[in-house]
Design a protein around this ligand. Structure first.
Ligand code: GCW
Length: 678
């Protein structure tokens, strides 16, 4: 039967190849310099499917870039070319690349490390870097580097902005698995080694993923990922015993429930022995959980942990637990407090194979939030940090927003958990508290669109996510630069121009949307476009408290919700005081009059006006930059980005005008520069 990929035109395939373009190398002197290293491959290790895939990648890439056929030999000695070998003393994902006199040696701690090393060399070549005198040693900072899909089996993707699922359609697994295979290549090329394929909101049919109805398909999918060194996990329904009609309770301490999960785990691992484990969203946004039975989350998670233990599986338990029915009159309940309030008291109570998954901020992937205070407070509990590559609140992949700068701020944040310099990146990597299981996960931004991510530029966020969590010390500039060269080529003007577009894009988005850390102000439920009072007057219960006098949420200990008290002293003091609280988070922590003067010297109201005019100008500049590249980019990708930029400009203006007029009319204070405000 015809594969979906075969139906893509050559033009679409260019988009589809993303950063694995392997464009023919035109620079002849570079080509001849590197060729000697590439002519032969000597494989001095036992081959498996991962190594096979690495070699296929190698040959495909070199065929395309250099029109050369790199001959593979098992067990031979070489004086020119690439030697692959394993070193048992290396960590699993560690590899080294050394070169001298036309000999390139790639040594890995495992087959997967060899695959990563192959991609590393190809990345160097795609960037036209020299292969002379290499002495590279790479060990990823994070052991688990994961993607979460929010795909449902009807084919839809919750918060998906790049078309439908390429795993499921009409409650079946899609038979054409080429797409999954190519996805696995993309992910492993940037070091991703784990993923879930189904939504954390597990509905009726998806509950059956752990049953014989679907297990054979789960296995087939898991195998494809395994062949690229990626371990697959499943999101499960906490209420599965009820949902599947087996029991009338899901109480984690009930014997029958325990037996149900033991039996389920046994069967799952019989069919899918390499499954990584389960991901669970419980007691959150109307999902069932242990609270129903007056049990705590440790009791809930540990019950599942025990069931998976015999098979080496792990339970990933999300901390996105909050009361979404907060009444506006109740000024003490604070959604921002919830993760900490629920999970801090349980520190040390979780099994060894349970890990808590914590969103980067206390709310929900807003353009600007402080770092979750729970990170650094769990001293005796495994944890994952959760980002969102899908741009749910950041323009839904219709706006160009480069997310790495935002994530870097999170990773570099000093929690002071063990004194000065206890950064988030060292906590989530497991180093600070010596965790057995540790890492970073993010919500996927891909779908069945021919370019994977809807917006071509959103490919950069997927690429960058992988690179950043492998090595958080890479700069946002380095990552963008690598991606541009591999995706669009080497023209210096092109590189410089795209850099000017992507680097300020997060700031631009923040400028024309919600100011000073207040967040939200989006349309309820679909979360696109401005609606300042959307959530304010909704029963979901997320507030900004703007009135004619002022705006902001008082989260201080002194007069507010006490949220600042969840931070270590240094940060607590920083945020508690209106004098020291950073401008960009002021309204997250304080309720102030519009005339309040920021550290920047501007009043809050003038800041709102200025940033909103500026944000729109920044998008206009992006468009100018992009149109200057028309001759340097293939039409498909050029048009794809151009259309979205034009929409972004329209949307940015809508934001600007909606926000400006709202606050002008609420405050009655005019713009100092007398610009047009409706
Ligand atoms: O960001 C919110 C989304 C929900 C999502 C939830 C979560 C999967 O609006 O769509 O549900 O977070 O993270 O669980």
């Amino acid at each position: 039967s015809e594969r979906m990929v075969d139906m893509l035109s050559e033009e679409m395939l260019t988009s589809y190849r993303a950063w694995l373009q392997y464009e023919p190398i035109e620079d002849q002197s570079y080509a001849s310099n590197v060729s000697a290293y590439l002519k032969n491959v000597a494989v001095n290790l036992d081959c498996d499917e991962i190594i096979d895939n690495a070699l296929i990648e190698w040959q495909t890439a070199l065929g395309s870039m250099l029109q050369m056929n790199s001959a593979v030999d098992v067990g031979s000695e070489l004086d020119q070319g690439l030697i692959l070998k394993l070193d048992a003393s290396y960590q699993e994902d560690t590899y080294t690349i050394d070169s001298s006199e036309n000999l390139l040696t790639l040594t890995g701690g495992s087959s997967r490390a060899i695959l990563y090393g192959i991609f590393h060399v190809l990345r160097l070549i795609q960037q036209r870097k020299s292969l002379d005198n290499l002495s590279i040693k790479e060990t990823p900072k994070n052991k688990i580097r994961m993607i979460n899909h929010w795909d449902d089996m009807d084919g839809s993707v919750e918060r998906g902005y790049a078309g439908e699922s390429f795993f499921f359609k009409d409650y079946k697994f899609i038979k054409d698995r080429q797409r999954i295979h190519d996805y696995a290549r993309l992910l492993s090329s940037v070091g991703i080694n784990a993923l879930t394929i189904n939504n954390v909101n597990v509905h009726k049919i998806e509950t059956e993923l752990v049953t014989d109805t679907y297990l054979a398909d789960v296995k087939l999918t898991s195998d494809i990922f395994n062949q690229y060194g990626i371990t697959m996990y499943l999101s499960i329904n906490y209420a599965a015993p009820i949902e599947l009609g087996v029991l009338d309770t899901a109480d984690p301490l009930d014997e029958n429930v325990i037996a149900f999960w033991e039996k389920t785990a046994k069967r799952v691992y019989e069919v899918v022995p390499n499954l990584g484990g389960f991901l669970v969203k419980a007691d959150s946004e109307n999902r069932p959980g242990p609270f129903t039975y007056n049990r705590d989350h440790a009791e809930g998670a540990n019950m599942l942990g025990k069931a998976l233990e015999p098979y080496g599986g792990i339970v990933i338990w999300r901390c996105f637990v909050y009361n979404n029915k907060q009444d506006w009159r109740d000024r003490k309940t604070d959604r921002a407090r919830a993760a900490y309030d629920h999970f801090k008291p349980l520190d040390g109570k979780f099994n060894d194979n349970v890990v808590l998954q914590i969103k980067n901020g206390p709310m929900d992937f807003q353009v600007r939030e402080p770092v979750s205070p729970l990170i650094g407070e769990l001293k005796d509990t495994n944890q994952f940090l959760e980002f969102q590559i899908a741009q749910e609140y950041l323009g839904q992949q219709r706006h160009l927003v480069y997310l790495i700068p935002q994530w870097k701020e999170v990773l570099e944040f000093d929690t002071y958990a063990k004194g000065k310099g206890t950064k988030v990146k060292d906590i989530v990597s497991g180093e600070v508290f010596d965790n057995k299981i540790a890492g970073i996960v993010a919500v996927s931004n891909v779908g069945i669109d021919y370019n994977w991510t809807g917006h071509t530029m959103a490919q950069l966020n997927l690429y960058g996510y992988g690179r950043l969590i492998w090595n958080p010390d890479l700069t946002a500039e380095e990552i963008a630069m690598e991606w541009i060269k591999q995706t669009f080529g080497h023209d210096p003007q092109l590189i410089e121009t795209i850099m000017k577009m992507v680097m300020p894009s997060w700031e631009a988005y923040e400028n024309y949307t919600s100011p000073l850390g207040i967040g939200w102000m989006v349309n309820v439920s679909h979360h696109y476009g401005p609606n300042i009072d959307g959530y304010e007057y909704d029963m979901w219960g997320t507030y900004h408290y703007a009135d004619r006098n002022g705006i902001g949420v008082d989260r201080t200990i002194a007069t507010g919700t006490g949220y600042t008290g969840q931070y270590y002293k240094e940060n607590q003091e920083l945020y508690e005081s209106i004098e020291t609280c950073p401008d960009e988070l002021l309204l997250f922590f304080h309720h102030v009059p519009y005339t309040h003067v920021l550290q920047s010297g501007k009043t809050v109201i003038q800041h709102i006006y200025d940033t909103h005019f500026k944000g729109v100008e920044q998008v206009e500049e992006m468009i100018e930059h992009w149109t200057s590249l028309e001759d340097k980019i293939d039409q498909r990708r050029y048009q794809d980005v151009k259309e979205r930029l034009e929409h972004q400009l329209w949307s940015a203006k809508e934001w600007r005008d909606t926000i400006n007029t709202y606050f002008y009319r609420k405050s009655g204070i005019a713009d100092e520069h007398n610009r047009k405000i409706y």
